[in-house]
Design a binder for this molecule. Sequence first.
Ligand code: SF4
Length: 314
Amino acid sequence: MKVDFGYKTYNNYGAYLKNKYEGKRVFKIIADGGFTCPNRDGSKGFGGCSYCNVDSFTPEVSRKTPSVREQIEKGIERAVKGYKADKFIIYFQPNTNTYAPAHYLKMMYDEALSVCPDDVVGLSVGTRPDCIDAEKVALLESYAGRGLDVDLEMGMESIYNETLQRINRGCTHEELERALCLVENSPLDVCVHTVFGFPWESREMLLRYADEINRFSHIKFVKLHHLYIVEGSIMGVQYKRNPFKLFSLDEYTDFLAEFIPLLRPDIIIQRLFGISDYDLLIAPNWGLKKSGIQSYIDKELERREVVQGSRFAG
Ligand code: SF4
């Protein structure tokens, strides 16, 4: 399968957006719908996944704004003023954004999509595989039916149940497989999110994630993250008591250089690494801003002539 990656050597989200929206500048606007998480409120577990502090996912400005409408209005204003954005994708990111009855979700998504409707081109919803069912899929599909691009983002995190148990995920890999089956013939764009670098997972184990992702032909997007440790998480406490090995930027880039060729070339990589506010980050501190990390990794992948899919057996 031959895919044109634009100016990078992997199938990157920037090129995808540019191509799809004919050169318009499309920005994600983060919305916090005030959802909780079954892994925090006791229905699945308490304390959350051990690496998680929900605040670390969200820029500080989005955390302090009260209503969804106001968050989106302000987010759009910032994107227009700061980046000359033309079009927007509303991104329900923090917590579990399908963790409510479908009628409540509809109210929340409708409110978000009523802001600036002429310029909103998509809805992106981050959730857990065990919080998706046929009714919620149908609701999300109804937005796709209106011409929006709807991206359902689910945490895969690890492909190993032993890891999912150790990180208190409260969800198995089989539950992800079930959720992926639910959206197999759906117009939704499916995205999975992974975390690389749990200290007990070897390089060989990490490289096997590629096969598992490739297996699902309807996975359109991936978000690849390295493990980072933040304040307010269980792992934060564990790490401070007993620090463990985390990827350095060099090591992580080296890993990506081996991983990306194994990944199906049609899968669009939305992210190559994770990022947290520096005031919450415990480790690893790579000493660079987001753009610096991105450009370091991109340059290194290019220097090594890494091409996505070049080792994908098909
Ligand atoms: S990572 Fe997601 S599922 Fe896990 S505790 Fe945090 S919000 Fe909940």
